[in-house]
Design a protein around this ligand. Sequence first.
Ligand code: ADP
Ligand code: MG
Length: 216
Amino acid sequence: MKTIAMISQKGGAGKTTLTLNLAVAAELSGLSCAVIDLDPQASAMGWQDTREKETPVVISAQASRIQDILQTAKDHGADLTLIDTAPHSDSAALQAARAADLVLIPCRPSILDLRAIASSVDIATMAKKPAIAVLNSVPPRGSLTEEALEAIKSYGLDIAPEQLGQRAAFVHSLTLGLAVMEYEPSGKAAQEIEAIYKWACMHLGIKPTQKKGEKS
Ligand SMILES: Nc1ncnc2c1ncn2[C@@H]1O[C@H](COP(=O)(O)OP(=O)(O)O)[C@@H](O)[C@H]1O
Ligand SMILES: [Mg+2]
């Protein structure tokens, strides 16, 4: 089982959006995926409450219980576990990063998100885990994106080759307890999530598609 932690000390960067969409992408491709919600605001749990499907399983927890929950997820056959964290939560984010194989740092191309990157990079460095920024909510045009990419690079952080655009489908789908691949399967948001999901799998060395129960 592989584990990805979503970390960003800035609220609204897209941690929960990325977590839930990647989790559904994994389930749709045949992997068994669990989500651990470390945010006391429990947005991921709330999403599962409005959802008709029982998968992906979302577990609300405190950071001190991460190792036990990861073991339980593994024992239940999870192939991938995604940890959604709260903003402004250095110690919980650090525990999540320590438990993960990969840290993803969603970041909007805005000065406030970019400033918050330094503390997320510090957390991943302390945890000695590879961290990669995922540019989120990218506007359709403008120089903002190029400037953001430059700013991220200046923190010595790698950037995912795929980005998420600023798209209403990301907002509407989660409100309905869905992910973009279910809400609008042939839409641009779904294509972006699929691309990030496949890239993350490649990065983790897991097969992005498999039959249920087949070990990666
Ligand atoms: N790519 C996107 N396009 C449009 N809206 C987005 C996008 N990503 C996130 N949002 C919206 O921004 C808000 C904050 O996103 P969220 O994932 O909850 O951030 P975080 O978990 O980091 O606080 C939510 O209302 C979400 O629907
Ligand atoms: Mg959140």
